[in-house]
Design a protein around this ligand. Sequence first.
Ligand code: SF4
Length: 365
Amino acid sequence: MTTRATQLLKWYDANARELPWRAAPGEVPDPYRVWLSEIMLQQTQAVVVAPYFERFLGIWPTVQALAAANLDDVLAVWAGLGYYARARNLHRTAQAIAQAGGGFPDSEAALQALPGIGVYTAAAIAAIAFGAHASAVDGNVERVVSRLFAVYVPLPKSRPKLRTLAASLVPSARTGEFAQALIELGATVCTAQSPNCLACPLSDGCKAFAKGSQNALPKRMPKPQRLTRHGVCFWLVKNREVLLRRRLPKGLLGGMLEIPGTPWEAGAWGHEAALEFAPTSADWQPLPGEVRHTFTHFHLVLTVITAHTRSGGNLAGRWFAIDDLETVGLPSVFAKVAGLALKNPGIGPSKEQSGSRAPRGRDLL
Ligand code: SF4
């Protein structure tokens, strides 16, 4: 084992954070837990993932249980974690694994053939769950390696070189712990804004630290500017219920619940143009304020118009009790829209006025 690997593993043994998906020393890692955590950790910090991971395991303790789950329930429990394609792929992979007998493949190539598992995730699962000699390179590892070897070529151009350099660090034993240690170092010591080089187990051989250039690395190509899109949401109320509908299965927020609305386009919507997309004819009134939300590739500005209806028949969607909205699994952007609507007085009659409440999510169609 190289000196760097020995130093890093020694540091990890003493400093690893306690995270719910990590196997205890001497414990054999459970591939289901490793896979579930790695999918959740894509683009998401460990501190955010931890409660979701525990909730998922509590509801679906095995891959077979997850495979047998209703996709809508999986999406509802995932709500708030973002990047919802991960949840759909999670469900598809669980079904593929369960159909194949319940065992996860142990090679990077076979893992990559499963939905939602890319190069990094396959390497991480292979190393952590199966002890494969694999190099898992996420953003944390790219940062550590670019500093360790003082790579000045900007990302993403430097990516192939960083992968080669990262692979050169992988020891012949304890590969799973090494993979986690390198990621942990990037997450807790070699951080983007303030690398703590004096506490780093690799500072002796770090070229960036030797040159004092750790804060300047990794270099990055300038990102293209995010566009802003605009949309209008229709907050249609019947007693203490609001109309929601399910988005198409593919694409952004695919398969998730939404508040009905216009398409999201480059220019702001006029009231009349927006009404062409309203779920029904009604006395639609604009609400003050707007909702802003940022997706990976664009900013979104939503305004809200509201109306009351008495009949509500023949509408595409489902009525949900307003008092249950926090638990139905609305994606964050629509939870913000609901928050804006509910801040406005007179949106709907109070529970006392409306009498009995409909069951949650009663189908209209
Ligand atoms: Fe990162 Fe500093 Fe450690 Fe180098 S010495 S790997 S820059 S924390």
